[in-house]
Design a protein around this ligand. Structure first.
Ligand SMILES: [Zn+2]
Length: 434
C-alpha cells in the first residue's frame, strides 16, 4: 500500500511537480487512506468505505479496469458491495459497474443499489445517439485512431465508445440527498462542473469530502474542445461549498487524496480561483462587446496558480475554458462578420493560395513560421495549403512536420491529441503512392 497522503502533502507543501504520472497514478492498486476508507488508483479511481451493511463505493472506473478493481477490493475486504454512487456518468466512472454486478450475482449477494444524479440516465441516452462521434473524439483526445492500441484506447476504448453494459442508477436525486449505510451517514450534493450530472459527497463523522472530478490534480477539465458544455463558475462555487465544510480528508476520482484542513482549503481555493479568474475576465470582455478571438488572446491567468502541482494545464487548458464560457453565455457567432456565413474552407484556401503564388508558397511560409515558433500562424497557412492542394504529397509532408512540431510545443493532452491526429493524417497522405 502506498502512503498517498504523505505523497500529496509533500507535493502540496513543497510545490514539487514530478510530471503528470506522479500525481495521476493508474496502477490498479488499493491504498487504505484511513481506517475503513480506501482508494483504488485507476482511470478513474474507486473510493471504498466499509460499513456494517457492506461496502459503499464511489465510482467504478473504466470497464477494462473492472476485474482489477474487484481483485484490489477483495484483497482488502470480503464484505458484499451494497452501494455504488456515481460521481457522474462519464465512462471512466461507470464502466466498471457491470463487473461489480456480475460479481454480486455470482456470489449470490443482493444486487448493489446504484445512486446517481437524475441527469446520468440522460447522458447515457445521449451516448447512444453519438456513439461514433464519441469514439472518434476519444481516440483523437487520447492519441490514436479509433481501434488502434495505445494508452486510453488499450484501456478499453476500442471501436465502441462505452461499456457493453450501461448500469443506470436505480436511485436518483436532483439537488441533495442523504445516504446511510449502517452507521455511515453521507450528504450527497449535486453541482454542475465538468458535467451536468455531477455529485460530491460529505461524510460529516469523518470530515471527509468525496469530490469526483471537481478536483483532478490538473487544470480543471472545463474547456474540453471536443465535448459538451462545462460549467466553470458552478464548478468554482462547488469547490467553495466544500471548503466551507472545512474537510480534513479529500478523496478525488483522479490524482491524490489530501489530508489536513489547511492544505485542503488551499487547494480548493486555488482551483476555484483559477476558474473564477478565467470566467470573470471572459465575461467582462464579452460584456464590453469584444470578439471571441480578442478575448481568447487577452485573458490572463496568474502564472503562480498554473505552476501549482495540482493545476498544471497538461490535460485541459485555460484557453479552451474561454471558448467554453463563450458557448455557455453567448451564441456560436464569434463577432467576426466574415464567419457568420463563411465560404467553404477549401474555397477560401484556394483563393489565398492563388493570391500568394500557389500552395507551395503557402507551405514554405508555414515552415518558416513554424521554425521560428510562430505555430499559430504556421498552422493556418499549412491548413490552407493542404486544402488548396489536397492531393499534393509534399504539401502533406510539410503539414505533417508542422503539426508534429506544434504537438511537441504543447503541454495539454487535448491540444497534443488534436495536432498529433492532424500530423498522422498528413503523414499517411504524404506516404500514399500517386
Ligand atoms: Zn473522470
Amino acid at each position: 500500500m502506498a502512503d498517498l497522503l504523505a505523497l500529496s502533502s509533500r507535493y502540496i507543501d513543497q510545490g514539487i511537480y514530478e510530471g503528470p504520472a506522479s500525481v495521476n497514478r493508474i496502477n490498479g492498486q488499493l491504498s487504505e487512506v484511513e481506517d475503513g476508507i480506501a482508494m483504488v488508483e485507476a482511470f478513474s479511481h474507486v473510493v471504498a468505505l466499509k460499513s456494517e451493511q457492506g461496502l459503499v463505493l464511489f465510482d467504478t472506473s473504466l470497464e477494462a479496469f473492472g476485474g482489477q478493481i474487484l481483485r484490489a477490493l477483495r484483497g482488502w475486504s470480503h464484505d458484499r458491495i451494497s452501494t455504488i454512487a456515481y460521481t457522474h456518468g462519464h465512462v471512466d466512472h461507470v464502466g466498471g459497474a457491470g463487473a461489480i454486478m456480475a460479481e454480486a450475482a455470482e456470489k449470490g449477494h443482493p444486487r448493489p443499489q446504484v445512486i446517481g444524479h437524475e441527469n446520468v440516465a440522460h447522458r447515457f441516452s445521449r451516448y447512444h445517439l453519438t456513439d461514433g462521434y464519441n469514439s472518434t473524439i476519444n481516440a483523437r483526445q487520447f492519441g490514436g485512431a479509433p481501434g488502434k492500441t495505445n494508452g486510453f484506447i488499450s484501456a478499453g476504448m476500442t471501436t465502441s465508445f462505452g461499456p457493453k453494459e450501461w448500469v443506470t442508477p436505480d436511485r436518483e436525486f436532483s439537488e441533495r440527498m442523504g445516504l446511510a449505510s449502517g452507521s455511515l451517514r453521507f450528504e450527497l450534493f449535486h453541482a454542475r462542473g465538468e458535467t451536468d450530472d455531477h455529485l460530491w459527497a460529505w461524510l460529516p463523522a469523518k470530515k471527509t469530502v468525496i469530490v469526483g472530478d471537481f478536483l483532478i490534480w490538473v487544470f480543471p477539465n472545463a474547456g474540453n474542445p471536443q465535448k459538451v458544455q462545462r460549467y466553470p463558475l458552478d464548478w468554482a462555487a462547488a469547490l467553495r461549498a466544500m471548503a466551507a465544510l472545512e474537510p480534513e480528508l479529500l478523496l478525488p476520482a483522479h490524482g491524490l487524496p489530501i489530508a489536513g484542513g489547511e492544505r485542503i482549503a488551499q487547494v480548493l481555493d486555488d482551483c476555484a480561483t483559477a476558474l473564477e479568474v478565467v470566467s470573470h475576465q471572459t465575461l467582462s470582455m464579452m460584456n464590453a462587446g469584444m470578439r471571441l478571438s480578442d478575448i481568447v488572446h487577452n485573458v490572463k491567468l496568474p502564472l503562480a496558480l498554473m505552476e501549482k502541482p495540482y493545476l498544471r494545464p497538461v490535460y485541459d487548458e485555460p484557453e479552451f475554458v474561454i471558448r467554453n464560457l463563450w458557448r455557455l453565455y453567448g451564441g456560436w457567432y464569434d463577432g467576426n462578420p466574415a464567419n457568420l456565413k463563411p465560404a467553404p474552407d477549401q474555397a477560401l484556401a484556394q483563393e489565398i493560395a492563388q493570391l500568394s503564388g500557389g500552395a507551395a508558397q503557402l507551405i514554405a511560409r508555414a515552415k518558416t513560421l513554424s521554425d521560428t515558433g510562430e505555430y499559430r500562424l504556421a498552422c493556418h497557412l499549412a491548413e490552407m495549403a493542404a486544402l488548396a492542394a489536397p492531393e499534393d504529397r509534399s504539401i502533406h509532408g510539410g503539414r505533417a512536420e508542422i503539426y508534429e512540431a506544434r504537438m511537441k510545443s504543447e503541454l495539454s493532452l487535448m491540444a497534443r491529441g488534436i495536432y498529433g491526429d492532424a500530423a498522422r493524417q498528413s503523414r499517411e497522405a504524404a506516404g500514399k503512392n500517386s
